[in-house]
Ligand binder design. Sequence first.
Ligand code: NAD
Ligand code: UGA
Length: 459
Amino acid sequence: MEFVKKVLCIGAGYVGGPTMAVIASKCPEVKVVVADINAKRIADWQTDNLPIYEPGLDEVVKSAIGRNLFFTTDVASAIAEADIIFVSVNTPTKTFGIGAGKASDLQYWEKTARQIRECSHSDKIVVEKSTLPVRTAEAMERILNANAEHVHFDVLSNPEFLAEGTAIKDLLNPDRVLIGGPETERGRAAVEEVVSLYAHWVPRERILTTNVWSSELSKLTANAFLAQRISSINSIAALCEETGANVEEVAHAIGMDKRIGPKFLHASIGFGGSCFQKDILNLVYLCEHFGLPEVAAYWEQVVSMNAHQRTRFVSNMISKMFNTIVGKRIALFGFAFKADTGDTRETPALYVTRELIEERAHVVVTDPKALDNARRDLADLPQDLITYEPDPYKAAEGAHAVAIMTEWELYKELDYRRIYASMEKPAFLFDGRNILDVDALYDIGFSVYPIGRPGKSRL
Ligand code: NAD
Ligand code: UGA
C-alpha cells in the first residue's frame, strides 16, 4: 500500500506505544512505525502479551498492526524514511552531577537528536512527545540544524496528557491536544501537519496551538497542579485525623464549588507514578536556575508533603500495632501506583515496603498485574522478609495486618469475613486508598484505619 505520510515514534514505552497505536488506528493512510533500542519491548509489542497493561490497548493495537502500524529496533532506517518523528524517550530525574535529584536527565533525548541528525537525508518535522524542561526545543534545534547535509528540521512540542490505566480512553477522547511550534511560516506549516493527524478524530476546537515554550511549560504546569491538589487534600487529611473531621466530606463539600471542582481530591497514601515527582522537581530546578528561589520552594513543598504522607501512614501502622512490627506479617494489597496498570514506578507501596522491612516486618505483596515489577523493584531487600503472592486470600493468611496500597476494584469485592478468619488477632486493616467500608469491617472484627476519616478500633 502507498502511504500518504510516514510517522515514526522513537521510544516504545507507556506513551509511545499507546499513542502511536491510536494514531495508526485512526489514520489508516499514514504509516506509523514505533522504534526502540529495547529489543524485548519491540518483540513483545508484536505478540498477544503486550509489554504494558492498559485497558483497551490490545484491541487498538490489533486493529492496525501489520496494516499501518509497525514496530522495529532499526531506529536508523526508520528515521531515514520518516516525514514526522515523535520522540518519546524517557526523561528521568538526573541522579548525578549538577542538578542531581531535580533536573531532567536529557542524555537519551540528546542521543536521539544526534541520531536523527545523522540518519536524515530529507527535511523532517521532529516532535517532542517526552516531557521536557521549557526551552529544550531550542537545544534540539541547534543540535539538529548543525548538520552538513543541509537537511532542515522543524522542532515542535506536543506533550502527552494521558494517564495510565485510562490511556486509551484519554487518547481517543482527550480534553485537549496541545501543539507548540515556532511562529514562522515554516513553523506554522509544520504545526498544521501534526494538527491534521489528530484532526482525524479530535474536534478542531480541542486542538490548541501555541508557541513552543508555552507548550513545553504547560505540560510541567499541568502535572504540578494535579499533584498539588493531591498534596493539598492529603495535608487536610492529616488535620482531619487530629480533629475528627472526615476528609471525604470535606473534599465533597469543597469540590461542589465549581471553581474548585470534584476531581483529584481523593486523599490517599500519596501520589506515585513516573511523572508527578519528576516533573515537579524539574520545575523546581528550572525556577532555581532562573533565579526564582521562592517559586521553587513553593512547588517543592508538594513533593515534601507527598513523602510525609507515606511516612505518616507507616508511623500510624506501627503505633497502632503496639509500637512494634518486628516479625509481624503484613499483607500489602496492591503494588501498582494506581489501579488498572502494572506500572510500579515511584509507587507509594515501594516506599511503604522499604520502611516496613526497615522495622523488620515480614511483608507479603499481592497485586493482580504488578508482581513481576514488584520483584524487580524489591530485589535489593532481604528476600527472606518478603513473600510475593498473587492470591490476596493467601497473602492475608496468618497476617497481623492488611494494608490497601492500590485501589483495584478487586479489593473492594473480597470476602473480608474469610480474610479476617484467617488472620492473626487482633486483626488490623489500614486502608491507604479509602476504598473500604469502615463500619462493615469493624462489625466483622477488624480494627480499621482509613486516611483522613475516623477509624474504628476494637482495642
Ligand atoms: P518509558 O520508559 O516507558 O519509555 C521510553 C522508551 O524509550 C524506552 O522503551 C526506552 O528503551 C526508549 N529509548 C530510550 N532511549 C532511546 C534511544 N536512544 N533510541 C530508541 N529508544 C530509546 O517512558 P514513558 O513512560 O513512555 O515516558 C516517556 C516520556 O513521556 C517521558 O518524558 C514522560 O515524562 C512522558 N510522559 C509519560 C506519561 C506516562 O503516563 N507514563 C504520560 C505523559 C508523558
Ligand atoms: C498523570 C497525569 O494525570 C497525566 O495527565 C499525565 O499525562 C501523566 O501523569 C504524566 O505526565 O505521566 P498518571 O501518573 O498516569 O497520570 O496517573 P494519575 O491518575 O494522575 O495518578 C497519579 C497518582 O496520584 C496515582 O498514584 C494516584 O493513585 C494518585 N491520586 C490521583 C491520588 O492519590 N488522589 C487523586 O485524587 C488522584
